[in-house]
Design a protein around this ligand. Structure first.
Ligand SMILES: Cc1cc2nc3c(=O)[nH]c(=O)nc-3n(C[C@H](O)[C@H](O)[C@H](O)COP(=O)(O)OP(=O)(O)OC[C@H]3O[C@@H](n4cnc5c(N)ncnc54)[C@H](O)[C@@H]3O)c2cc1C
Length: 406
C-alpha cells in the first residue's frame, strides 16, 4: 500500500543487531519496508555512522546467506510501494544478482584473484604501510574509523565501502586484491562476486578506464560533517590497468534436477533457506556443510556464518522432519552413503569457495554411487543471463523480470 504523509513510519531500531537467523532478517525487512520507497532514493547515499542505519536496509548479511531471499525482499517491497517509488531500492537488489551472473560467466577471474591475493600476501608480508592500513593507523581519520567499524561490526555503508576501497587503492597505493581480501575476511556479507567485482569497479578495471575517486568534499557532505579529509586524499589518480583482460563470458551452469523419490539434503552457506527450494522428493536426512570460508577467526563475520548455518539446519530439520547434523567436507560422502540415499540435493553454489568444495565432493559421492544434484533457483536462472555486459542491460530488463516475482 503506498504511504501517505499522514502515516509516516516510526524510525528503525538502531544500531542494527545482525542476529544470524531468518526470523531476525525478516523482522529487519519488515521494519525497513516503509522506508524502501522515495525516502531510500533520497537518503541512501548518506552514511550517518554505525549508530544510525535507518536510511538503508542493512539486510545484506541475511540476503548474502539467503536467510532472506532477493525474491522475498522484492515482493515485500512491491506490496508496500509502487515500482516507481521503490525502483532505486529494487535496482540495488538486482546489482547483487548482476555481479553474481557476471562472475558466473567468468569463473576464471575469481581463480586469478585467488592466486593473486595469495602471491601478494607473501610479497607484502611485514610491509608497514599495509599493516598500518589494516590496523587503522594511517592518519586519515575517516579511513581509520572505517577499519575499526569493519573489524568490530563486520559491516560498512555502501558509500563508505566505495571511499574505503578508493583510498586504499589511490591514496595509500596498496594492491586492490589485498583490500578485497581484507574486506572478505571481515564483512558479514562477504560475497565473492559483489566484493571482488566492486573492488575492480572502484579500481577502474570493470569498466575499463572508469574508476571511482573518493573526494574529500563528497565524504564531508555524505557523512554529515563527521569526517573531512581535505588535503589528505589523492583526488587526481589515474585508473589502474591490467595486462590480462577478464576472460570472455562462458555459458552459464544450468543446475540439475532430482530424479529419485527420496533424497539426502545438504545445505551450504550459499543458501540457508532450504524450506523455500523447489523440491518435491522426500528428504531422509539433512546436513549443513562446514566448508572452508574466508572469514577471519573470532570475528563477527565468523560468528554470523556459524549462527546462520545452525539456524538454516534447524529450519531444514523442522521443515523436512528429518534428522540433521553439521559436517566437514571430508565427512559428507560417508554420511550420504549411510543415509541410504542415491542422490544428495544441495543448492547451486555460485562461483566461490563453496562451489569449489562441491566440485571436490562430486567425485567422492560418485564413488559411493550417489549423484550430486545442484538445484538452481528460478530467480538466478532468469536474471544471470542478462549480466553478460554492463548493469544497464540488466536494469532495462527489470520490469520484465519482476513479472516472474510472485
Ligand atoms: C568495495 C565494495 C565491496 C562490497 N562488498 C560487498 C560484499 O562482499 N557483499 C555484499 O553483499 N555487498 C557488497 N558490496 C555492495 C554494497 O556495499 C552492499 O551490498 C550494501 O552496502 C549493503 O547494505 P544494505 O543492505 O543496507 O543495502 P541496501 O542499499 O539497503 O540495498 C538492499 C540490498 O541490495 C543489495 N545491494 C545493494 N547495493 C549493492 C551493490 N552495490 N552491489 C551488490 N549488491 C548490492 C544488497 O544485498 C543489499 O542488502 C560492496 C560494495 C563495495 C563498493
Amino acid at each position: 500500500m503506498p504511504m501517505t504523509l499522514f502515516d509516516a513510519p516510526e524510525p528503525l531500531t538502531n544500531p542494527v543487531t545482525w542476529t544470524p537467523t531468518r526470523a531476525a532478517g525478516l523482522a529487519r525487512l519488515d521494519a525497513f519496508l516503509p522506508w524502501a520507497g522515495r525516502t531510500y532514493t533520497r537518503d541512501r547515499n548518506i552514511d550517518r555512522g554505525p549508530d544510525d542505519r535507518s536510511n538503508v536496509s542493512a539486510l545484506s548479511p541475511w540476503i548474502r546467506r539467503r536467510l532472506v531471499t532477493e525474491e522475498e525482499v522484492i515482493a515485500a517491497v512491491l506490496k508496500r510501494h509502487s515500482f516507481a517509488s521503490a525502483e532505486k531500492f529494487i535496482q540495488e537488489v538486482y546489482w547483487r544478482s548482476y555481479w553474481k551472473g557476471w562472475l558466473e560467466m567468468r569463473p576464471g577471474l575469481l581463480r586469478r584473484f585467488d592466486a593473486d591475493r595469495r602471491a601478494l600476501a607473501k610479497t607484502w608480508a611485514g610491509d608497514q604501510r599495509l599493516k598500518a592500513a589494516m590496523d587503522g593507523r594511517t592518519g586519515v581519520a575517516c579511513f581509520d574509523a572505517w577499519v575499526e567499524e569493519l573489524r568490530s561490526l563486520g559491516w560498512l555503508h555502501n558509500h563508505a565501502r566505495m571511499w574505503f576501497a578508493s583510498i586504499w587503492i589511490f591514496t595509500l597505493r596498496l594492491p586492490w586484491q589485498l583490500g578485497a581480501d581484507f574486506f572478505y575476511k571481515y564483512l558479514l556479507d562477504a560475497d565473492p562476486a559483489s566484493n571482488t567485482l566492486s573492488w575492480r569497479w572502484v579500481a577502474g578495471l570493470h569498466t575499463t578506464g572508469k574508476h571511482y575517486l573518493a573526494r574529500a568534499a563528497n565524504i564531508r557532505d555524505n557523512t554529515l560533517g563527521r569526517f573531512d579529509p581535505s588535503g589528505a586524499l589523492d583526488e587526481g589518480a589515474k585508473p589502474l590497468t591490467e595486462d590480462d583482460p577478464p576472460p570472455m563470458p562462458q555459458a552459464l551452469g544450468e543446475g540439475d534436477y532430482v530424479r529419485e523419490r527420496k533424497t539426502a539434503l545438504l545445505i551450504t552457506a550459499e543458501d540457508l533457506c532450504a524450506e523455500t527450494w523447489v523440491l518435491k522428493a522426500e528428504v531422509t536426512a539433512c546436513a549443513a556443510l562446514n566448508a572452508p570460508e574466508a572469514a577471519a577467526p573470532e570475528t563477527p563475520s565468523a560468528a554470523f556464518l556459524c549462527g546462520a548455518l545452525t539456524d538454516g539446519l534447524g529450519r531444514a530439520i523442522d521443515h523436512f522432519s528429518a534428522p540433521g547434523e553439521s559436517l566437514r567436507l571430508a565427512e559428507v560422502a560417508a554420511w550420504a552413503k549411510k543415509s541410504g540415499a542415491k542422490e544428495l540435493v544441495t543448492s547451486y553454489a555460485p562461483v566461490g569457495l563453496t562451489a569449489w568444495a562441491l566440485d571436490r565432493l562430486g567425485p567422492d559421492l560418485a564413488a559411493e554411487g550417489i549423484r550430486l544434484v545442484r538445484l538452481q533457483r528460478p530467480f538466478d536462472r532468469r536474471v544471470w543471463p542478462h549480466a553478460r555486459a554492463g548493469f544497464f542491460k540488466l536494469k532495462e530488463k527489470i520490469p520484465q523480470l519482476l513479472a516472474g516475482v510472485p
